[in-house]
Design a binder for this molecule. Structure first.
Ligand SMILES: NC(=O)C1=CN([C@@H]2O[C@H](COP(=O)(O)OP(=O)(O)OC[C@H]3O[C@@H](n4cnc5c(N)ncnc54)[C@H](OP(=O)(O)O)[C@@H]3O)[C@@H](O)[C@H]2O)[C@H](O)CC1
Ligand SMILES: [K+]
Length: 499
């Protein structure tokens, strides 16, 4: 396994699962202290790679095995001729088992071990070995104060296994969390390193498998998978005899008065992602502009549910919601769509109307809420959604018996059978108008080409996030429509159209 956070489909574990992995490896004959020594070496290697000339480090150590890792990093640094100090947040005499052994190793190497004080002098690279997967509940004092001091120091920070204060299961900062430049995590990638507050805390992520027996690791079911080129679905190459009838007919329903652009963005996104035919059912006043902008989209003015039902006869996939509004027009069209037997994507106002019981979700639907919409759908507040994003997206999938995409930092995809995927690509510049419309159209376009709902949702989220990332790092302001050519290019790279 590479020790860098490469674009690989790595399984994601909960804290309990990683502890179980630890126990299985030890039961299979690898002593716990051996694992800790490997962790110490992996962390020290990653630190030296990133800060080769630092020459000094200060470890902030707690009282569990996470601290043990930190003591061993200090011992290795000292032996390499670096200045190495450990500031112990709790009395080292309280250390037990492997952590106590690690502390002895640091002492024998000549590491200076002092009690941590708020006024303690910090120098060199700071090593966060306060809390790891043993964190439970909001961070207590004096750990919280140590974390605040570390974050305020302005010095480079490496987190051991997980930034202290970050929940390994949910990615939420439990009161306060370390903001690291680099996190070195061991044996199993934790789900909480990729979603929620993690993008603000983890920094660059390095992964070290500690030479764990792959068979033992594979023997433990993972909590989720990280989406990567290696595990997102691929569209089948197209035969030279391909014709548009083979790639689905998608209908976008939306665009109430003043909201026509959202629906058109979705339609164009579906078109650009390869759907065979794309229609747009919208307010009549938007039709001339839609035809002018995208003649390839068959735009039709609709004003009644019956008109929509007639259109639905001819299509394979529906995208309902972009610019739908929540007035009578949008309500009547959503109630018609809900009677459809086709695969559907419910986005934006379709979700808001769903949350007030204006319609019920048909089978084969993909829901694409952002955290606010998810909170309304679950009848809770947004802080509860963000407090445990994996639980929230799973609850949505179960409640509506649908595939659910929970957008936001570290987008999550769940299906009613319990599958869970995380996409840790993306960029803050993507928090803008229209990006959701483009994603909804992209999911629809992939469904129209025959991908099952969960696979279509995962591939769409991954393409959308990668495209946004590629554009944002070019330093350009990001308009939603800018994604179209980049998504197309990524699709071609990932799943070439021709053999
Ligand atoms: N399998 C692996 O991946 C390996 C992991 N290693 C390292 O081990 C840690 C996990 O070590 P563990 O001892 O289980 O737990 P921690 O070190 O994370 O922390 C336990 C101590 O933290 C205190 N604690 C817990 N919650 C809080 C809180 N909210 N506020 C303050 N303090 C808290 C807890 O105190 P209690 O009073 O609650 O007991 C414990 O003292 C893992 O992350 C890796 O770094 C191995 O080294 C290598 C293999
Ligand atoms: K830590």
């Amino acid at each position: 396994m590479p020790d860098s956070h490469d674009d690989l489909p790595i399984p994601l574990y909960s804290a309990a699962q990683v502890r179980e992995l630890d126990a299985r490896l030890i039961a299979a004959g690898t002593p716990g202290f051996e694992l800790m020594q490997r962790a110490g070496h992996a962390a020290w290697r990653a630190l030296r790679r990133r800060w080769p000339d630092a020459g000094a480090l200060t470890v902030l150590a707690g009282r569990g095995n996470n601290a043990g890792d930190g003591y061993l990093v200090a011992a290795l640094a000292k032996r390499a001729g670096w200045l190495a100090r450990v500031l112990a947040v709790c009395n080292p005499a309280q250390l037990q088992g492997d952590a106590a052994k690690a502390c002895d190793e640091a002492r024998q190497a000549g590491v200076e071990i002092q009690p941590w004080r708020e006024c303690a002098r910090l120098e060199g690279v700071l090593v966060d070995a306060l809390l790891g997967t043993g964190l439970s509940g909001e961070v207590r004092e004096p750990y919280a104060q140590a974390i605040r001091q570390l974050n305020a120091s302005g010095l480079p920070v490496m987190a051991v296994d997980i930034p202290s204060g970050l929940s390994a299961d949910t990615g939420r900062a439990l009161g306060v969390a370390v903001r690291a430049e680099l996190t070195v995590t061991f044996i199993g990638l934790k789900l909480g390193l990729l979603t929620g507050d993690a993008p603000d805390c983890v920094g660059a992520l390095a992964f070290a498998d500690l030479q764990a027996d792959p068979q033992i690791v594979a023997g433990l079911p993972a909590e989720a998978v990280r989406l990567a080129a290696g595990n997102v679905a691929r569209l089948a190459p197209r035969p030279r005899s391909a014709h548009k009838g083979r790639y689905g007919h998608l209908l976008v329903v939306g665009g109430d008065r003043g909201l026509g652009g959202a629906a058109l963005l979705s339609a164009e996104s579906a078109l650009r992602s390869g759907a065979g035919l794309v229609s747009l059912a919208t307010r009549s006043e938007h039709v001339p502009a839609a035809l002018a902008r995208r003649a390839e989209v068959m735009s039709v003015g609709v004003s009644s549910a019956n008109q929509l039902l007639a259109l639905m006869e001819r299509v394979d996939v529906l995208v309902v919601g972009p610019g739908l509004g929540q007035a009578a027009w949008g309500r009547s069209l959503l109630s018609a769509a809900a009677r459809g037997a086709r695969a559907q994507i419910w986005d934006a106002d379709a979700l808001n109307l769903l949350s007030v019981g204006a319609a019920s979700v048909p089978a084969n639907t993909v829901l694409t809420p952002h955290p606010g919409e998810a909170a309304r759908l679950l009848g809770c507040d947004i802080s509860a959604v963000q407090a445990d994003r994996p639980a929230a997206v799973r609850a949505l999938a179960r409640k509506y018996a649908a595939v659910a995409i929970l957008k936001g930092a570290g987008s999550l995809i769940a299906d009613p059978d319990g599958r869970l995927a995380v996409c840790d690509h993306g960029h803050p510049a993507m928090a803008g108008a229209g990006l959701g419309d483009v994603l909804a159209g992209l999911v629809g376009g992939l469904l129209a080409q025959g991908l099952p709902p969960f696979e279509a949702a995962c591939l769409a989220v991954w393409l959308h996030a990668r495209a946004g990332e590629r554009l944002a790092v070019q330093g350009r302001g990001l308009a939603a429509g800018d994604l179209f050519p980049v998504v197309r290019q990524l699709l071609e790279e990932h799943a070439p159209c021709l053999n």
